[in-house]
Write a new protein. Structure first.
Length: 130
């Protein structure tokens, strides 16, 4: 069980929020979840505006779902851990997908030809001349 929240901790959280830090970022600073930060501030658990779903809203998997939210912790999406991780990456690094596919295309262009063997030496090419 977590210690009761002190007034100083609440003041610090409010200062961090005024600096436009998300609950998740503040949670990392305090070493707790974003839900715990919200609980400390509000004195109760967050009541989500949307009902908890049984399947991930992106992939449809029916694993344990996380509530992915933005500035308002009451508004968000119900995502499986895999999709929630991907959403967090996209939130933190919006250029990630574009950069990844550019690098992938570059790597494929620079890759050796299919006529190279597993050990890096050229494969024997049969002559079509008989």
């Amino acid at each position: 069980m977590k210690r009761p929240c002190s007034l100083l901790r609440i003041v610090n959280i409010k200062k961090l929020r005024s600096m436009k830090l998300t609950y998740r970022q503040i949670g990392k600073i305090f070493g707790v979840s974003s839900t715990q930060i919200q609980y400390w501030l509000n004195g109760r658990k967050v009541e989500y505006l949307r009902k908890r779903l049984k399947r991930c809203e992106i992939c449809g998997r029916s694993k344990v779902l996380n509530h992915h939210h933005w500035d308002n912790p009451r508004i968000g999406l119900w995502l499986c851990p895999r999709c929630h991780w991907a959403a967090e990456v996209l939130e933190e690094m919006p250029d990630f997908v574009l950069t990844y596919f550019k690098l992938k295309d570059t790597a494929q262009l620079l890759a050796p030809s299919d006529k190279v063997g597993a050990n890096g030496s050229p494969k024997a090419v049969q002559s079509s001349i008989n």
